[in-house]
Design a protein around this ligand. Structure first.
Ligand code: NAD
Length: 305
C-alpha cells in the first residue's frame, strides 16, 4: 500500500530478493502505482520470475503480507499532532479496505510514521490477533547503530549486536547494556581496543536519532535504508526464520507495558510476531522504554480510533 518513495523502493527491493511469486502495488495515485509496477516488472525479467502488477484492494484476497507505506505529508504550518490525526484517518480507511478482502491469516506490516502509533491503529482497526500486526519499528534505527559501531570499530556490522528500543523517534533508547561484539560487552570491547569512548557512544546514539532529519534535509526523503529493513522483515516472515528484529508490536504486559506498540528484540517468523523477548536491559534503559511507552500512550489518547 503506497507507491511513494518508501513503497516503490520497498517493492523494488522485495522483487530483487526473489522470494515472492506476486507483488501488487496499490496507491490512491493509480498512474504512479501502474508506472512503478511496470518499471519493476521489467527489472524482474532479468532477476527471478515474479508477477508485479498494480491493482485495487481486492488483490488482498490471497495475500500473505501487506506492507503499509501510504500516508500524507506534513502541510505547511501543520502540527505533528494534526498530521498524526490525518494519517490515522488514512491508515484506518486503508486497514478497513484491506480487511474486506484479506484472508484470516494475513500479516500487516505498518511503516507509515509515526510507525508505533499507526501500528497500534492498524491492530485496533483490523481486529487481527496481536501476532499478525507489526510495524517496522526500530529495525532501521538498529541498522543505523550497527553501521556506526562498525565504522568506529572496523568490525563487520553483522557482528555488532545491538538494539535501539522503544519508540521509532525522539524517545528511542540505545540498549548499550546488551550490546556486544564477539561476546565482549561494548564497554569491554572499548577498553580492550581503546577504539571508542563513552563520548563516542553518545555521539553514535545522537547520530542515529538525527539520521532521518539529516537525510531528509539533504535529499527530501529516506527510502533505501527502510526498504532494505522492510524486505528483511518480510523475508523473516516468508522464510519462517525466527530471527530477532526490533519490530514494533502491541505489548501485552511485557516489561509491565500493555496496549501500546513499540520495539524491543522480537522473534519474527511465519506467524509474524512469534515472541516479544523480555531482555534484562540496564535500569536507565528500562526507564527509557517505559517513558517511551508513556509518550506514545499520551498521543494515542488524543486519537479517535
Ligand atoms: P510519499 O509521500 O512519497 O508516499 C506516500 C504515498 O502514499 C503516495 O504515493 C500517496 O499517493 C499514497 N497515499 C496517500 N494516501 C493514500 C491512500 N488513502 N490510499 C493509498 N495510497 C495513499 O512518502 P514516503 O516518503 O514514501 O513515506 C511514506 C511513509 O513512510 C511516511 O509516513 C514516512 O514518514 C514513512 N517512513 C517510515 C520509516 C520508518 O522507519 N518507519 C522510514 C522512512 C519513511
Amino acid at each position: 500500500m503506497g507507491a511513494g518513495f518508501v513503497g516503490s523502493t520497498t517493492a523494488y527491493t522485495i522483487m530483487l530478493g526473489g522470494l515472492f511469486s506476486e507483488i501488487v502495488i496499490i496507491d490512491i495515485d493509480k498512474n504512479k502505482a501502474e508506472g512503478d509496477a511496470l518499471d519493476i516488472a521489467h527489472g524482474a525479467a532479468l532477476n527471478k520470475p515474479v508477477k508485479v502488477i498494480s491493482g485495487g484492494y481486492e488483490e488482498c484476497k490471497d495475500a500473505d503480507i501487506v506492507v503499509i507505506t501510504a500516508g500524507v505529508g506534513q502541510a505547511p504550518g501543520e502540527t505533528r499532532l494534526d498530521l498524526l490525526k490525518r494519517n490515522t484517518k488514512v491508515i484506518k480507511s486503508i486497514t478497513e479496505s484491506i480487511m474486506k478482502y484479506a484472508p484470516e491469516d494475513i500479516i500487516l506490516l505498518t511503516v507509515t510514521n509515526p510507525v508505533d502509533i499507526l501500528t497500534y491503529v492498524t491492530y485496533k482497526v483490523s481486529g487481527l490477533p496481536k501476532n499478525q500486526v507489526l510495524g517496522s519499528g526500530t529495525v532501521l534505527d538498529t541498522a543505523r547503530l550497527k553501521y556506526l559501531i562498525s565504522k568506529k570499530t572496523g568490525i563487520d556490522a553483522r557482528n555488532c549486536h545491538t538494539y535501539i528500543i522503544g519508540e521509532h523517534g525522539d524517545s528511542e533508547v540505545a540498549a548499550w547494556s546488551v550490546t556486544n561484539i564477539g561476546g565482549m560487552s561494548m564497554q569491554e570491547y572499548c577498553t580492550f581496543t581503546g577504539r571508542c569512548s563513552v563520548d563516542d557512544l553518545d555521539k553514535m546514539y545522537s547520530d542515529v536519532k538525527n539520521a532521518a532529519y539529516e537525510i531528509i534535509s539533504k535529499k527530501g526523503a529516506t527510502y533505501y535504508g527502510i526498504a532494505v529493513a522492510v524486505a528483511r522483515i518480510v523475508e523473516c516472515i516468508a522464510g519462517d526464520e525466527n530471527s530477532i528484529l526490533t519490530v514494533s508490536s502491541v505489548f501485552d504486559g511485557q516489561y509491565g507495558i500493555s496496549d501500546v506498540a513499540l520495539s524491543v528484540p522480537t522473534k519474527v517468523g511465519g506467524l509474524g510476531i512469534e515472541k516479544v523477548l523480555e531482555v534484562p536491559f540496564g535500569r536507565n534503559e528500562m526507564k527509557g522504554l517505559k517513558d517511551s511507552a508513556d509518550t506514545l500512550k499520551e498521543l494515542i489518547a488524543e486519537l479517535e480510533i
